[in-house]
Design a protein around this ligand. Structure first.
Ligand code: SAM
Length: 206
């Protein structure tokens, strides 16, 4: 997967946009890349179950790691309209190779309808900044899908546990992301983790 810093820097905005558009078209043309980084259709079924459970509990749903807002839109579609959804991203990574500001603008435009109609907010900064400033209601659910490094996922889980969030879940629990599985297993014990595909969840909501 491409990282922002691997994309060649060009001298003018025009040539940078051309380069980004070319990368985007290559991305669209390769079906293997098209779902890169996002939740897959077979995993969405489980995510829907989790959101349905969260609907029965007070408090917002938090998504850590928005990317382009594809999963955000599914969550928004399943949640009760009045329930708040906060999605958090610092735009440091995307599979297309968009520059940070392009990625930010693109995702904001994709999510415009949700901002206007579905009680959804995008917090455009890091997970740790979000945790530091958050003083709202105890969330009903968190979906952790930002950095997949062990230290970072551990920080996400520590915050979620510290807030007593009843449904703690995330993505990419697989051998491809040993940092995720290690952090999740250490925090909850492997036997307590439910998975469908690579979506994982620990829930005290029956
Ligand atoms: C795997 S993608 C998220 C995919 C998204 N949940 C989906 O299903 O479509 C990871 C996202 O996390 C963001 N990210 C990485 N590290 C972050 C951090 N420390 N704080 C906030 N966002 C971060 C990246 O910019 C990227 O957009």
């Amino acid at each position: 997967m491409l990282r922002n810093e691997q994309v060649g820097k060009t001298s003018s905005p025009e040539s940078r946009y051309e380069s980004e558009i070319r990368t985007f078209l290559e991305f669209c043309a390769d079906p293997r890349k098209a779902f890169s980084g996002t939740v897959l259709p077979n995993e969405l079924v489980f995510l829907e179950e989790l959101v349905t459970k969260a609907n029965a509990v007070e408090g917002p749903i938090i998504e850590i790691g928005t990317l382009f807002g594809f999963t955000t839109q599914h969550i928004a579609n399943w949640k009760k309209t009045e329930k708040k959804l906060i999605t958090v991203d610092d735009f440091t990574w995307n599979p297309i190779g968009f520059e940070n500001e392009t990625h930010r603008a693109f995702t904001n435009r994709i999510l415009y309808f949700l901002f206007e109609n579905a009680n959804t907010e995008l917090y455009g900064n890091s997970n740790t900044e979000f945790y530091h400033q958050y003083n709202g209601e105890t969330p009903s659910m968190v979906f952790i899908d930002a950095s997949h490094r062990y230290v970072d996922v551990s920080v996400d889980i520590k915050w979620a546990k510290g807030c007593n969030i009843p449904i703690i879940s995330g993505h990419d629990y697989s051998k491809d992301f040993p940092g995720v599985t290690r952090a999740v297993n250490e925090a909850f014990g492997e036997e307590n983790v439910q998975t469908v595909g690579t979506v994982w969840a620990v829930s005290n909501q029956t």
